[in-house]
Design a protein around this ligand. Structure first.
Ligand code: HEM
Length: 482
C-alpha cells in the first residue's frame, strides 16, 4: 500500500468522528457506493516476445510493449541490442539511480541523438560540469516566487482560450488541439511577453514536423555509437539549422521590444538572460540562451498540453468528479479572481491524471561505469529504465492501480516519493514542475469552471508513447457553458 502512504486507522477515524460513522470508502475520501472509473489502457504485451517483436512494438509505442511482469515485479532484467537492461519498479532501487549515485547514470545515446537537434546543448540533455553550471544558473528563474510573476501571462492566455471556445461551443470541439494551442501560447507569453499570434503557427509546424518525422528512433539510432551519424541524423541536422534560425528570430524580436533598466523581470527571457552562475558569475552566451529557450518551450508545452488533455478526457468520462471540480472552482472564485490555494481537489485531479497518464512515460539512463543496483551487478553502458507509466500502475505500489480516484491525493499523506514520479526525482527532477502544476491547475479550473465537458466520440481513446503519452487520436468533445 505504499502508493497510499499510511493506511488510515478506520476504527480510530470512526471513534473520532462526531457525525454518522463513515464507510471505508468515505474514510479514504472516496464517494461511497460508486465504482471508480477505470479508463482505457492498452492490452499488455506477451511476456515472452522475441526481440524483433519487441522492437516492432517499441516503434509503435513502448507503452504497449510491456508485459504483465513489468506491472508486478520489482526489477525486470532483460537484454536488448546486446546490452543488459533493467526496468526498475522498486522505490529503493530508483532512489539509488536517480539520487544516491545519479552521477553514474547519464541520458542514453539514443535519447541524446533524438533530442539534441531540437534542444541543442540545453539543460535537458547537458551532462557533467556543463549541466551543473546550467542548473545552478537557471534555478532562480523557476522558484515558486519567480513562477508567481508569470501567472498573469498564464491567466491571460487561458482566459482567451476559454473565450474562443465559448464562442464556438455549439459545435463539437477538439480539446487536444485547443490545449496544445493554449500551452504553446502560455509558453510563448511566459518566455517573451508577446502573444504567439504571428509565430505560433510556425512554432507548431516545427514541433509537429519534428515529432512526426524525426523523433521516432530507428534501428540504427539505437545501435550506432553517438559519434556516428545515422541516416535520420542528416535530416535532423537540416531541421536544426532552420530551427535555430527561428529561435534566433524570436530572441531578436524580444530584444527589440526592450527592457527598462532596473525594472523587474517580465518573463523567462529576462529571468534567464539576467541569470548568473552563483559560483562563477558566468552568464549564458546567446547560443546557450537560445538552447535554453528551445528546451523550456519544448519540454514545457507538449507535456502540459498532454496532461490537460487527459484530465479533460477523464473528467468527461466521470461527470460526478467533474461536478466536484466545478463546485470547488465556484467556491475558489472571489470577485472573479481564482485563488489557486483553494483548488486542492482540482490539483488532486491533475495529480491523479498524471499518475494514470504520466506525460513523461519513461525515464531512461545509461550506466557510465559499473555499479550494483539492489544486489544486481550493472556494467558500463547497461540501460536503466524507470517508467512512470509502469510504476504508477504497479500492483504492489497502488490500491486499484488502474482506477481514477483523485481523492487518493487528498489524504494528507503524499505517495512514496519514489513510487510517484510524473516529474522525475533527484538532481535532474523537472525544473519546470512547479510552473507546470500552477499552469495545469489554473487551466483545468478555468475550463471546468466555464464548461460542462462531455465526449461526442465515445470510442475508447488509447495512450501511445511518442516522446510523451499521447492519445492515439483526438476525440471530439461537446462543451456547454455552465
Ligand atoms: C506536466 C508537465 C511536465 C512534465 C510531466 C514534465 C516531466 C519531466 C520529467 C519526468 C523530467 C525528468 C527527466 C529525467 O530525469 O530524465 C523533466 C525534466 C525537465 N523538464 Fe519537465 N515536465 C513538465 C513540464 C515542464 C515545464 C513547464 C518546463 C519548463 C518551463 C520543463 C522543463 C524541464 C527541463 C529543462 C528538464 C531537464 C532538467 C534537468 O535535466 O536538469 N518541464 N520534466
Amino acid at each position: 500500500m505504499r502508493g497510499f502512504g499510511r493506511i488510515p486507522d478506520i476504527a480510530a477515524l470512526i471513534r473520532a468522528t462526531k457525525v454518522a460513522p463513515m464507510t471505508i470508502a468515505e474514510a479514504y475520501g472516496m464517494p461511497a457506493a460508486r465504482a471508480p472509473l477505470v479508463p482505457p489502457s492498452p492490452p499488455r504485451a506477451p511476456d515472452d516476445m522475441t526481440m524483433f517483436g519487441r522492437m516492432k512494438a517499441i516503434r509503435i509505442s513502448p507503452i504497449g510493449s510491456w508485459g504483465q511482469r513489468a506491472y508486478e515485479e520489482d526489477i525486470v532484467q532483460g537484454r536488448f541490442l546486446g546490452r543488459n537492461s533493467f526496468i526498475l519498479n522498486a522505490p529503493d532501487a530508483i532512489k539509488h539511480v536517480l539520487v544516491d549515485n545519479y552521477e553514474n547514470y547519464t541520458r542514453t545515446p539514443a535519447g541524446i541523438r533524438v533530442l539534441r537537434p531540437i534542444l541543442g546543448q540545453g539543460l535537458l540533455i547537458a551532462e557533467g560540469r556543463a549541466w551543473k553550471h546550467q542548473r545552478r544558473t537557471l534555478a532562480p528563474a523557476f522558484t515558486p516566487r519567480a513562477v508567481m510573476t508569470l501567472v498573469p501571462h498564464m491567466l491571460a492566455a487561458t482566459d482567451e482560450t476559454v473565450a474562443k471556445l465559448r464562442a464556438a461551443s455549439n459545435a463539437p470541439v477538439d480539446l487536444r488541439e485547443a490545449m496544445q494551442r493554449m500551452t504553446l501560447e502560455i509558453a510563448g507569453r511566459t518566455m517573451f511577453s508577446f502573444g504567439m499570434d504571428r509565430h505560433g503557427a510556425a512554432l507548431r509546424d516545427f514541433v509537429m514536423e519534428y515529432g512526426e518525422r524525426l523523433a521516432h528512433p530507428h534501428f540504427l539510432d539505437l545501435l550506432l555509437p553517438l559519434g556516428w551519424p545515422s541516416p535520420q541524423d542528416l535530416s535532423r541536422a537540416r531541421f536544426r539549422k532552420r530551427w535555430t534560425a527561428f529561435v534566433g528570430m524570436l530572441m531578436a524580436e524580444r530584444r527589440a521590444a526592450g527592457k527598462t533598466a532596473g525594472a523587474p523581470a517580465r518573463d523567462l527571457f529576462d529571468l534567464m538572460g539576467d541569470a548568473r552562475d552563483p559560483e562563477t558569475g558566468e552568464a549564458f552566451t546567446d547560443a546557450q540562451l537560445g538552447d535554453q529557450i528551445a528546451t523550456m518551450i519544448l519540454a514545457g508545452h507538449e507535456t502540459t498540453a498532454t496532461a490537460l488533455f487527459w484530465a479533460l478526457y477523464l473528467l468527461a468520462l466521470d461527470p460526478a468528479i467533474q461536478q466536484d471540480v466545478a463546485d470547488e472552482v465556484e467556491g475558489a472564485t472571489v470577485d472573479g479572481t481564482l485563488d489557486i490555494e483553494r483548488l486542492k481537489f482540482t490539483r488532486a485531479v491533475m495529480d491523479e491524471t498524471m499518475r494514470l497518464y504520466p506525460p513523461a512515460f519513461l525515464i531512461a539512463r545509461a550506466a557510465s561505469g559499473p555499479d550494483t543496483i539492489a544486489g544486481l551487478p550493472v556494467k558500463k553502458k547497461d540501460v536503466i529504465l524507470i517508467a512512470p507509466w509502469l510504476l504508477h500502475r504497479h500492483e504492489k505500489l497502488w490500491r486499484d492501480p488502474n482506477a481514477f480516484i483523485p481523492s487518493r491525493f487528498m489524504t494528507g499523506t503524499p505517495p512514496d516519493r519514489f513510487a510517484y514520479l510524473p516529474f522525475g526525482v533527484g538532481a535532474r527532477v523537472c525544473i519546470g514542475a512547479h510552473f507546470a502544476l500552477v499552469e495545469a491547475t489554473l487551466a483545468l479550473a478555468k475550463m471546468i469552471g466555464a464548461f460542462h465537458v462531455g465526449l461526442v466520440d465515445k470510442e475508447p481513446v488509447m495512450p501511445i508513447g511518442v516522446v510523451t503519452t499521447q492519445p492515439d487520436r483526438s476525440p471530439m468533445f461537446a462543451i456547454t457553458p455552465r
